[in-house]
Design a binder for this molecule. Structure first.
Ligand code: SAH
Length: 337
């Protein structure tokens, strides 16, 4: 998975344009401007909760086309001290997307780019990550006759790549939801602990917001998937040409955060999060000044974000923060301008 996504020049995230109508998938900020705007207000409230430091890092992990950050900065224009204090840092592996991000954010900020989190500057930071954790390589364990095995890729009898039971190996204990049965698959993401530990090393205060599709409680199941041209694909067919993801295990994020000395909120649904931040009010405001031909798209975009049949409940939001922040940076809260 790591090799297909980022490991070589032809890897999925090192070339081409994964997002949008011509790509393989679309994301919340590309569906509605309200998503990034509300996350901008969230960041502003968190910054105020930090005591309004005169300089801080606003970090985005995997910023895609830069749309979320552009919308967030536009929405916070009325809070000039926040805008002045925010230094924008983008962790992005794709050179194609970096160019698009630079274009999207031109005039709004002067971002600095990083290949990974290890070289980010220290100091107070607010970190935003939408659909970033789901691209971290997944590790799967499968239970068979009293023993856990790693689930691995090998060649079947016809010489074709296939999933198979590999060497015996114990999965992380804390993630087991119940005593296992034959065939149960448990997923974990070693990269989650690396990211938490890496970011926790920074000078505090630190607040992070993770938004992704996934499950709130430990669970068994195989969620590994390949997406190409907005449809499910065979992950073995065109390595590097399809997006590979797995659902985010929010229980794992919480455990990794706590192991790194950070506090984690309970995950809430994207629906609850965006409504608590005022999605409906913002939509009303936008509709008041919209042209007749923009109204339908504004309404359907906003609803797609919160509709339980679309992104409303599958997508979850979790805040993680350094313990020196007294209030959990998750709504409801008020923003003072
Ligand atoms: N947050 C964006 C894009 C999500 S797609 C949105 O909501 O629209 C995942 C993003 O993470 C892309 O920008 C991709 O290029 C980036 N990415 C994937 N793997 C990465 C890695 N290992 N390091 C840094 N960025 C990565």
């Amino acid at each position: 998975m790591a090799w297909c996504l980022t490991g070589w020049d032809g890897a999925y995230y090192r070339k081409g344009l994964p997002l949008g109508a011509t790509g393989d998938f679309t994301t919340a900020p590309e569906i509605s401007q309200i998503f990034g705007e509300l996350i901008g207000l969230w960041a502003c409230a968190v910054w105020q909760g930090m005591g309004g430091p005169s300089a801080f890092s606003l970090i985005e992990l995997g910023p895609g086309r830069g749309t979320l950050m552009a919308d967030a900065l536009r929405a916070t224009r009325k809070i000039p001290d926040f805008q002045k204090a925010a230094q924008i840092h983008l962790v992005e592996i794709s050179t194609t997307l970096r160019k698009i991000q630079a274009r999207t954010l031109k005039g709004a900020c002067a971002p600095v780019w990083y290949d990974d989190i290890t070289t980010l500057p220290s100091g107070p930071a607010i970190v935003i990550a939408n659909e970033f954790l789901d691209v971290l390589p997944v590790e799967q364990h499968i239970y068979h006759d009293g023993t856990w095995h790693l689930r691995m890729v090998g060649l079947d009898a016809n010489g074709e790549p296939a999933f198979m039971r590999g060497i015996p190996a114990l999965p992380p204990d804390a993630l087991l939801p119940a005593p296992p049965k034959n065939g149960d698959i448990l997923e974990s993401h070693p990269g989650v602990a690396e990211i938490m530990a890496g970011l926790a090393k920074r000078k505090t205060p630190l607040a992070m917001l993770f938004v992704d599709y996934g499950y709130a409680l430990p669970a068994y199941g195989d969620t590994f998937q390949a997406m190409r041209h907005h449809a499910y694909a065979n992950p073995f067919e065109t390595p590097g040409a399809a997006d590979l993801t797995s659902h985010v295990n929010f229980a794992e994020i919480r455990i990794a955060a706590q192991d790194a000395g950070l506090a984690a909120s309970a995950p809430i649904t994207q629906n609850a999060f965006l409504k608590a931040l005022g999605l409906e009010l913002r939509l009303e405001r936008l509709l008041m000044s919209a042209q007749e031909n923009q109204r339908a798209a504004l309404i359907s975009g906003a609803h797609r974000l919160i509709d339980p049949a679309e992104m409303g409940t599958l997508f979850k939001v979790m805040a993680v923060n350094s313990p020196d922040l007294s209030t959990m940076p998750i709504p409801p809260f008020t923003i003072t301008t």
